[in-house]
Structure formats: C-alpha cells, structure tokens
Ligand binder design. Structure first.
Ligand code: FES
Ligand SMILES: [Fe+2]
Length: 323
C-alpha cells in the first residue's frame, strides 16, 4: 500500500462512542475508539508486551487496557501504566505501539498511512458532496486488492458488456475519449459511449465532439464518485483490508428531493439498484489475476482505459516520491 496518503478505511458509524473496535485494514490489525470529545483514535491492535489483542480489552477513561496483564495505552500508542510495576512508576518510552493520525470527513474515517506523521498533508474530499446531499450507504467485502476494485469503477469500456441489461443497455461499445484532467490528487474523466454502426470508430480525447459527457472522479488513492447529474451521485470508498480483500462502502447521493418519506424511498431504491450493478461487476472482477495492479504490469491497455492507466501511473509516481 502506497504510504504518505490518507486512506478512507471505515464508516464513522462503525466506531460508536464507548466502544473498542478491532478491524483489519491495510493488512494490519488496528484498534479504534473515540475519546470523550468524539475524536477517533487508532493504534495497532497488538500489545507490545506479549502480543494480545488490545481491542479485546476495555476502555478506561480515554485509554485502552490490554486484557492480558492490564497495560494501559493512550491514543498515541504509549503505555501509561504497567500494573505489575505499580501506578507510580512511569513506563519507559519504548513501551508503545504504532498509532495513526485519524480524520473524519462526511461520515468516513480516514487514516494517514505513513511512518512520518509530520509529513501529513490536508485530507481531500469531493467538495461538491459536502453540501445539500442526502445519502444511503451499504457495504460489501470483495476478495481482491483495492486497486482492482477502484479500477473497475474507472473502467468505461466494460459497461455495455458487464451491464448489458442495466446501465449498459443499447450496445454502445465504442468509447470516445476519455478526456482526463488532474487537479492535485483528483482525477476527472469525461466519456461518451456510442453504438458501433460498422462505419464509425473510436475518437481520441481531442476529437471528442461537444461538451456533454458523463464525468467521473477519483481522489487518490481510494475514493470515487460518478457524477450522474449535478444532484445525483454514486460514491464509493474502497478500504483496503489486506492484499486480497477490500471493504467497499457504497453510497447513493441525491439532493433533488428533500421531503422526508420520499427522500428515504429514493435513497433506498438507489441503494437497491446500486447493489444490482455492483453484483454484476463483482462476478467479473473476482476472476481477474493478479489480484492487484501496478504500472507496467504487462496488461495490454487500450485508449479507452486511459483513466486506469492514469491511476496506475499516479500510484507509481506517489510511491516513487516516498523513496
Ligand atoms: S500482553 Fe498485553 S499486557 Fe501483557
Ligand atoms: Fe461496472
């Protein structure tokens, strides 16, 4: 997993107040809890003493107590008390576990995946989703790396095949573009799919006619949105569990209906439809090998795969910047 990036890894409602939560994310066992002010803490879920799971322990004030020999940890991962040594004896600084910076945004929990907290950069989110929208959310585990999951949502070529009887109806197999635009870590791509008449062919980004395209976006490394209209979006966060598993948090967003009952019905129906679409994707993505992607991995991409190529290139670039 590329370091020095904010990764969306949990939904805020998975870490309620007064609860210690143990999950695997980024291939590591992590423990989460909220302090009195509601701020989420995240430390490695493995006691530095003899390896017990801290998330099986308990919360004592704003701290976590290991269930085995009672070591007490603060949110920075430092051991504050070793009961067998006596409360009055301050433990040495070496008694600690790794902790991660945490930020919450729009009902998602992000961690700064890095060895260097001082290198932290501002968390980016889709600014347009911060206002006026309502959303419904569901989650799914996919047995593959998050790169395969997010690339599936960047894939504009698969739609008439995988979704031939839903969003890809009409056999529009030819891909115009896509045009791509980077703004810092946000990639936007514009695309149009048309039917193959036997006489037409794909157009490059510079030949694309008009202005009226579908656009989609990602913010590196793992959040995505499909801008169906100004007021209707599908959003997903692809939280890496480990190298072969990803938790997908999928949301259906709308801002055109504010009336309570109708609004809820639309959000519910949108989520049901999104489940159908995601299941269609799942069937194919589960067959892809290898289970993770990287630049120059040898796959024979085509012009329509431009967003995927951009994603791989950016991942490589971000990775290199760490070296
Ligand atoms: S293993 Fe945690 S206190 Fe001993
Ligand atoms: Fe799809």
């Amino acid at each position: 997993m590329v370091k020095d990036l904010w990764y969306a890894i949990l939904s805020s409602n998975e870490v309620p107040k007064n609860k210690l939560v143990g999950v695997i994310r980024m291939g590591v066992k992590l423990a989460f809890w909220r302090d009195q002010s509601g701020q989420v803490n995240c430390i490695e879920d493995k006691c530095c003493h003899r390896g017990a799971s801290l998330s099986s322990g308990k919360l004592v004030d704003n701290h976590v107590q290991c269930p085995f020999h009672g070591f007490i940890y603060d949110g920075s991962g430092k051991v504050k008390v070793i009961p067998a040594n006596g409360k009055s004896q301050e433990p040495a600084d070496t008694y600690r576990v790794t902790s991660y910076l945490v930020q919450e945004e729009q009902g998602l929990i992000f961690i700064w995946w890095s060895d260097q907290k001082e290198k932290v950069t501002p968390l980016e989110f889709f600014e347009d989703l911060k206002q006026d929208f309502y959303y419904s959310q569901f989650q799914r585990v996919w047995d593959t790396h998050f790169t395969r999951c997010i690339e599936n949502q960047m894939d504009v070529v698969h739609v008439p095949f995988v979704h031939h009887n839903t969003i890809g109806k009409g056999n529009k197999t030819i891909v115009y573009g896509p045009k791509v635009k980077w703004e810092n870590r946000k990639l936007t791509w514009y695309v149009m799919n048309v039917e193959d008449t036997g006489k037409n062919k794909a157009k490059s980004a510079s030949e694309m006619p008009g202005e009226d395209y579908f656009s989609l976006q990602i913010i590196m490394p793992n959040i995505w949105q499909n801008i169906i209209t100004e007021k209707l979006r599908v959003f997903a966060a692809f939280a890496p569990i480990d190298d072969e598993h990803t938790m997908i948090y999928l949301r259906y967003y709308q801002s055109f209906m504010k009336v309570w009952g109708i609004r809820h019905f639309i959000l519910w129906a949108g989520a049901q439809f999104s489940k159908v679409i995601l299941n269609q994707d799942h069937r194919v993505v589960m067959t892809q090998i290898p289970k993770y992607t990287y630049a120059k991995m040898g796959e024979k991409l085509i012009p329509g795969d431009r967003p995927i190529a951009e994603f791989r290139r950016k991942m490589e670039q971000l990775n290199k910047e760490k070296e």
